[in-house]
Design a protein. Structure first.
Length: 163
């Protein structure tokens, strides 16, 4: 059975596609690519059908990550097929939990930086969209830092399913 993870930010052109790309690479490196499916979406549909922001693409490619992406809006019906919904900031967390059809679905929503012990009291990955390239680099650093803890949590779930 495939374990399904979806990363969610606002428009699905900056933070969530970056998280999707980085985490997909971590899943492949761990040899879990046949067991874990990774995708992303936005809380809003403003950019549906658009590619990732060019700054996201360039930062990802410069760090050796894939960047093929088409934006889409998260749909409440997806909760039924997802195992984990990873919000990039507290606003997304609240919006997703409001969309959840049941308390069990709401419990599937977690903040990305909750998987990074060094994040401390700052749970949000800031939106780099209105800033310069340095914000995209900072976003990548935060995503990479949280990916190790997220991978460990997902691996535990996947191994639990197989047992």
């Amino acid at each position: 059975m495939t374990y399904r993870v979806c990363f969610v930010c606002t428009g699905n052109i900056c933070r969530s596609p970056m998280a999707e790309s980085v985490f997909r690479a971590r899943v492949e490196e761990a040899g879990l690519d046949g067991l874990v499916a990774v995708d992303s979406a936005g809380t809003g549909g403003w950019h549906e059908g658009d590619p990732a922001d060019p700054r996201t693409v360039s930062v990802l490619e410069e760090h050796g990550y894939g960047s093929g992406h088409t934006a889409r809006q998260f749909q409440p019906s997806w909760f039924a097929r997802l195992d984990l919904v990873v919000a990039l900031d507290s606003g997304h967390l609240k919006a997703l939990r409001r969309l959840a059809p049941s308390p069990q679905d709401a419990a599937k929503v977690r903040l990305l930086r909750s998987y990074d012990p060094a994040a401390g009291d700052d749970p949000d990955v800031p939106d780099p969209y209105y800033g310069g390239r340095d914000g995209f680099e900072e976003c990548l650093e935060m995503v990479e830092a949280a990916s190790a803890g997220l991978l460990a949590a997902v691996r535990e779930q996947v191994e639990g399913q197989a047992a």
